[in-house]
Write a protein that binds this ligand. Sequence first.
Ligand SMILES: NC(=O)c1ccc[n+]([C@@H]2O[C@H](COP(=O)([O-])OP(=O)(O)OC[C@H]3O[C@@H](n4cnc5c(N)ncnc54)[C@H](OP(=O)(O)O)[C@@H]3O)[C@@H](O)[C@H]2O)c1
Length: 326
Amino acid sequence: MQALVVERLTGDLSGAGLADVAEPQRGAGEVKVRVRAASLNFPDLLMTRGEYQFKPEVPFTSGLEFAGEVLEADPESGFAPGDRVMGGNKTGAFAEIACVPAGKLSTMPAGLDFPAAAAMGAAYSTAFTGLVELGGLQEGQWVLVHGASGGVGLAACDLARALGARVIATTGSPAKAEAIAALTHPEAVIVAEGRFREEVSRLTGGALADIVFDPVGGDVFDESTRCVAFGGKLLVVGFTSGRIADVSTNIPLIKGFSIVGLRAGEYARRFPERGTAITRAIARLAEAGAITPAIDRTFPLSRWREGFEAMARRELVGKVVFVPGA
Ligand SMILES: NC(=O)c1ccc[n+]([C@@H]2O[C@H](COP(=O)([O-])OP(=O)(O)OC[C@H]3O[C@@H](n4cnc5c(N)ncnc54)[C@H](OP(=O)(O)O)[C@@H]3O)[C@@H](O)[C@H]2O)c1
């Protein structure tokens, strides 16, 4: 079968390539799935460079998440051949066939096609875990979402609005503002460069944000410490800016807010019943049409490089989806 294999860790994707590899063998407790669509996440890009916190040994098949049809499963897994499932296990999704533990899969929400299901999983579970589980999001609250054109950022905007929050989306790329607004209908889209506290204060009538969702870090994080309401939460989601911020701890003390680290996957591993509840809540919202993942581009897996490069060049508004075997 064809798979995207990372042979060497490099900064320019030169160590990765499409290869003919043996089909993975299903291990104990695993489900074998024909991958119909797989979506690209920022950690996939980081893993080709060896820059992600999870560092698989080379060679490895790239790809965090997919949607597809079950080919083989143990009866006690709860899955049967033909079931439409979504999920992933950190690597292995950018291939025609994947084998993953049954607990890493869920049934696709009704009404979603394979590309939408592949694009939904990681982004929306990250957004839900951050905003609802850790952030305690309430209807009517102000939510400030950074990196709003990204997979995780767009999901956070879409989910927050579906749950009745008032969303201010930010982007570092002014040209993307219109597309972000059209996809998620926030109260406002602002350009997060330099100072943006005054704009957040003006938009919220001086209240500031109850929750800040920050996948960008660096200067955006620093300025965000001035945008959180008393009693609010600043969620540390990622560092796409490339800089991990330092914070003077007198700031959260004086301003009375919390800085909360988010690890959505680890949260679901440590609290499996909450993980299941999150998956079900997202599926219900998707089935009701309240949330819809945004796909920017779809490529056959043979054109994987175009997707990775578009992400590295920060061109995307939404997800890249790869279709294996196309
Ligand atoms: N904590 C968790 O549990 C968890 C789970 C999943 C992902 N993440 C993290 O969340 C982050 C976003 O992931 P994603 O898959 O949504 O990535 P993505 O689709 O590439 O989106 C990232 C966004 O970050 C913004 N950005 C700001 N500075 C950037 C820079 N120098 N280079 C590239 N992008 C930059 C861009 O938005 P604008 O152009 O609009 O500014 C970009 O669209 C990553 O750091 C990832 O590791 C965390």
